[in-house]
Design a protein. Structure first.
Length: 312
């Protein structure tokens, strides 16, 4: 059955039936707007868009996978501010001949990823379009803490990471070469494993700056360096190359550190902490902040691409 056969409101009813309700949702889908609790009195907000052919391919990922990815990209931004995600708003544009089941499974993936942090999809919009487009806005609560911004890094700070990098980039390369294994890397591309709790934990442990790794570790660290007017050096010996990644890199003729340092979409969190501070659980040191500008790797300039750019 296509979307055209059941119409906009039929699709809405089917999609809403797949959505859960988070504790912050005081009024969910069904009215002119949702009502979301904001106990802190401030709302953290972020938005992101996924376009078919640019951010995902239906022959590479199922609709539930794409829903997980769309939600994760936004929920990670909230966590990177040191906040707890509370709700998602989703705009969905699709061709009228798209199968209804595809949209339902997409909604299920969105809902499942949001539920990992106790959030839910509370509303959105739909429209007909030649290209499937999913625009998500995430909301979050700071819990009385100040936001952890990009500009706070100071010389002497320790650079640390929570989560994994390079896995999604490796999976993307594998799929683009026409392969489907190693499964671990392909699945990492399809569904990121985001360390959501590490964001608020870093905030309570005094993180001076933080960002999620969506475009590539070096590129995203570059945003922290530019905002704080500091230099950052990353150590390659802080990264372990998993066996499946090493094997895939050898088979495909790729330097695995290109994936680890410049690959995005794993949505790891990277932060800076004052020197001597005890890192919270799940965080590990990967570098240092110093007087200077830009990013170096093992104290040398990085010669390869640093990350993703939508317009290059």
């Amino acid at each position: 059955m296509s979307i055209a056969e059941i119409g906009e409101f039929g699709l809405i009813s089917r999609v809403v039936a797949r959505l859960g309700t988070g504790s912050a949702a005081l009024l969910g889908p069904g009215d002119d707007a949702a009502v979301v609790a904001a106990p802190d009195g401030r709302v953290v907000a972020s938005t992101d868009v996924l376009v078919e052919g640019r951010h995902f391919r239906r022959d590479w990922s199922g609709p539930a996978d794409i829903g997980h990815r769309a939600a994760a990209a936004n929920l990670a931004d909230i966590a990177a501010m040191g906040a707890t995600p509370t709700a998602l708003l989703v705009a969905f544009c699709a061709p009228a001949d798209l199968d209804v089941a595809w949209a339902e499974e997409l909604a299920g993936g969105l809902s499942e990823e949001a539920a990992l942090v106790g959030a839910s999809v509370v509303g959105g919009d739909m429209s007909s379009s030649r290209t499937i487009t999913i625009a998500v806005t995430a909301l979050g609560d700071l819990g009385g803490r100040p936001p952890v911004v990009r500009s706070g890094a100071q010389p002497g700070d320790v650079v640390a990471i929570a989560g994994r990098t390079g896995h999604a980039a490796a999976g993307y390369t594998i799929l683009s070469r026409g392969f489907r294994t190693p499964k671990m890397l392909v699945e990492a591309y399809r569904r990121p494993e985001v360390p959501y709790a590490a964001g608020p934990s870093a905030a309570t442990h005094g993180a001076t700056s933080m960002i999620d790794v969506s475009d590539g570790l070096l590129q995203d660290l570059g945003h922290i360096a530019a905002a704080g007017v500091v230099g950052i050096d990353v150590r390659t010996d802080a990264f372990e190359v998993p066996g499946p990644m090493r094997d895939a890199a050898a088979a495909l003729g790729v330097d695995p550190y290109q994936w680890l340092l410049a690959g995005g979409e794993d949505h790891a969190l990277v932060a800076t902490f004052p020197p001597g501070a005890a890192l919270p659980g799940g965080w590990r040191e990967i570098g240092t902040v110093h007087n200077g500008t830009g990013i170096t790797v093992d104290r040398k300039a990085w010669s390869g691409p640093a990350g993703w750019d939508h317009f290059r």
